[in-house]
Design a protein around this ligand. Structure first.
Ligand code: HEC
Length: 703
């Protein structure tokens, strides 16, 4: 992995960062149609939060995930019930927050199909399936069958498929108005995030930093789909950078022939439009490969990876940047949601940008200047002592960059917070964060039982009872301190939504949707969805009635960390849209139980060659991002192969994997795989199934 080619090849083979891509899960999004209306009278500040509609991924122009609707309150939330539900066969991981515009819900499924559903009745009005598998078998391998949503603007829905096609759909009919290919066809660059709509333009970023893709965003004319401008978040070769001041500045922070050895900074999740300053903020991803000495030997901060970059919304020209993790070594994406607010800090009103990135510090920036106002740990963080306010740089723990071999630190590359939305209530002044706690063990070189990613061995690490657990965390941004914390048993949970009824709504990995008192954190209501939840709720009003909508569909990164994130949901469980209202009386159809015991298949007459099993383990790494690390498939976006009848037969496994017979169901094809490699995977799966049977005999099944 010393060269770009080596890195890319390894990644393409899937023997690499798939797991971290998973950990990085990708981004949500928004539409910005509310901006103009929200501005109100000339000069007045926009009203904070969504109103009757929820027209953007995080609700409003400021990405607050907050609604001004207040019909549902602490006093009556006990009467909240299911208004209707809609089963979504064929979907797996559901990550989108439903948009609501003029009584219609719009959301995307696992492979970016857009659904339009009547918000009062649940009737499907139209569905647009981009059928990505017909366009790019390669890109289907990435991103774990995940899409984070659509944007709304000017009577259109904008959605982006994994293969890079950006669609403008008529919001009334679902008819394609235009479609533009935004990505090169032959590399791992792919889209999982939702586009954003602003000022008659649509913007989209992409994922793939872990596979050696140079980060960028591209803006398109919303009316025609014509490309307007592009901004790269990492430099290219010296010839490519020439004459571009932002790229020349960035290039000065990379050493060696970095354009051959490393890159990164993918904008796979958060892009926030600032209506006050007419700017866009880009949240950028990690650098790759993770070991900085491989990608930029001799030092350098490696701009603009793990950063927040402000660009002009009309021209896409650089304005300022703040680097959250200079010379990132730990897959610390800074792609997390950026929420805008006006806060009174030290007695002065400040236009701020708030972010709780993976690295565990809660940052408040002055969005006019890009200067750091404050940063404090919002959870268990050991990689750095504090952030120096003068320089804006972290004061890192000693030997944290693998200098002396092993490093055990918090948070894990999964992050103390990932793409799941946080919410900001201007009424309580608190930010509600879906918090995660897990440690990680890094080591240069190889280590048995660890994954090796670009020369670094990595494994999840647990040391205290809160590790591998999550929480709803209420954070006071002005005083940079915790207000309350409601613990959750699962670590991989859903995003947050806050309302003027002083409630916080969120789903969790355990299958419950809950409403919390926004001031005290007391759980006031919950509902069992029969399926783990990763997505965030939205709320809207039709005919004076307030509804809360949410997608239930566990998956995404859930299986890529193996057992630590296993919440026990089978892909056979129901994927659904759930909509609640006061006095809702609908009943949920029966659900498959969580923790249904696996039924591994074995043929005792089969002799397994340990060498072939070991080779198969390596080959299987490319599958683990969906089928689970070390074959633990539960909770992930694809079935556990130890109980698969297809994987029980060499020929049927070969035809699914090599010929792509299940492509339309989200199972990618691997035409470059040899029959020998496929048979090695077969041996590894059979060996794993046999071991599981032995384990099940030795220990009683989970309840
Ligand atoms: C991007 C995610 C993804 C990756 C990577 C992936 N799969 Fe799959 N796979 C799926 C999904 C989703 C299904 C379920 C398809 C369906 O509903 O029939 C599936 C189904 C299968 C099945 C059929 C299971 C059954 O009995 O229904 C087999 C076998 C399989 N995959 C093997 C593999 C192997 C081997 C690899 C690696 C070489 C791999 N997959 C990589 C997503 C993935």
């Amino acid at each position: 992995l010393k060269t770009t080619l080596g890195w890319k090849l390894a990644a393409g083979l899937g023997a690499c960062a798939a797991v971290f891509v998973a950990a990085a899960a990708y981004g949500p999004d928004l539409a910005r149609s509310a901006t103009a209306a929200a501005k109100g009278a000339a000069g007045a500040a926009p009203a904070v939060g969504a109103g009757k509609d929820w027209p953007a991924h995080n609700g409003d122009a400021y990405e607050t995930a907050y609604s001004r609707l207040d019909q549902i309150t602490a006093a009556n939330v006990g009467r909240l019930g299911l208004a209707f539900s809609l089963d979504l066969p064929g979907e797996i991981s559901l990550h989108a927050t439903p948009l609501a515009v003029n009584g219609v819900l719009y959301f995307t499924g696992s492979q970016a199909a857009v659904y339009a559903v009547d918000g009062a009745t649940g009737k499907v009005l139209w569905k647009h399936d981009p059928e990505s598998w017909k366009y790019s078998a390669l890109k289907m391998r990435f991103g774990m069958g995940v899409n984070r949503g659509a944007a709304y603007g000017d009577g259109r829905i904008y959605s982006a498929a994994k293969d890079g096609r950006l669609f403008a759909l008529d919001a009334k009919t679902g008819k394609v108005i235009w479609v533009t290919q935004t990505l090169p066809p032959d590399n791992p660059e792919n889209i999982t995030g939702a586009p954003r709509f602003f000022n008659g333009k649509v913007i989209i970023g992409s994922a793939g930093a872990d596979f050696g893709v140079r980060g960028r965003v591209t803006a398109f004319d919303a009316a025609t789909g014509k490309e307007l401008w592009r901004f790269y978040t990492a430099p290219g070769s010296p010839e490519q950078n020439k004459g571009d001041p932002a790229m020349e500045m960035a290039a000065a922070t990379w050493h060696g022939e970095y354009w051959k050895t490393g890159t990164g900074g993918g904008v796979w999740d958060s892009i926030t439009f600032d209506p006050d300053l007419n700017r866009l903020y880009l949240a950028t991803g990690n650098a790759a490969p993770y070991d900085p000495d491989l990608r930029s030997p001799g030092g350098g901060d490696n701009l603009f990876t793990a950063s927040i970059v402000a660009i002009d919304a009309d021209t896409g020209k650089y304005v300022w940047h703040y680097q959250v993790n200079p010379r990132d070594s730990w897959d610390y994406d800074s792609n997390q949601q950026m929420t805008l607010a006006e806060l009174t800090v030290d007695g002065k009103p400040r236009k701020v940008l708030m972010q709780a990135p993976k690295n565990g510090f809660f940052y408040i920036l002055d969005r006019e200047s890009g200067k750091l106002i404050s940063a404090e740990k919002y959870g268990k963080v050991t990689w750095a002592d504090h952030i120096d306010l003068k320089s804006g740089r972290p004061v890192e723990a000693p030997n944290i960059r693998y200098e002396t071999g092993d490093v055990v630190m918090w948070p894990a590359p999964l992050g103390a917070h990932s793409w799941q939305s946080m919410a900001y209530s201007p009424r309580t002044g608190l930010v509600y964060v879906p918090y995660m706690q897990l440690g990680v063990h890094f080591k240069r070189g190889e280590e048995p039982g660890f994954l090796t990613l670009g020369g670094i061995a990595v494994m999840a690490h647990k040391a205290d009872p809160m590790d591998d657990k999550g929480a709803v965390l209420a954070w006071d941004p002005v005083h940079q301190k915790e207000a309350w914390k409601a613990p959750l048993d699962t670590i991989w949970n859903g995003g947050m939504m806050a309302t003027a009824g002083d409630l916080v709504f969120a789903g969790a990995g355990d299958g419950y949707v809950s409403a919390y008192d926004a001031r005290s954190g007391k759980r006031l209501w919950r509902f069992y969805a029969g399926m783990g939840i990763n997505a965030a709720p939205s709320t809207y009003s039709i005919g004076g009635k307030q509804y809360v909508a949410l997608l239930a569909g566990y998956g995404g990164s859930a299986s890529s960390w193996g057992k630590p994130l296993d919440a026990g949901w089978s892909v056979k469980g129901p994927r659904r849209l759930l909509v609640f209202a006061l006095d809702g009386k609908a009943k949920l159809p029966a659900s498959r139980a969580r923790f249904t015991a696996l039924k591994p298949l074995d043929d005792p007459s089969l002799t397994l060659d340990p060498k072939q099993v070991a080779a198969g383990e390596q080959q299987y790494l490319r599958c683990s991002v969906c089928h689970g690390l070390q074959l633990n498939g539960t909770g992930g976006p694809a079935p556990d192969l130890r109980e698969s009848p297809i994987a029980f037969n060499r020929d049927s496994l070969w035809s699914v994997v090599h010929d792509g017979t299940l492509m339309s169901q989200g199972m990618p094809s691997y035409p470059d795989l040899t029959r020998e490699q496929s048979d090695q995977i077969f041996a590894y799966i059979r060996d794993g199934a046999r071991k599981l049977i032995a384990q099940q005999k030795a220990a009683p099944a989970k309840p």
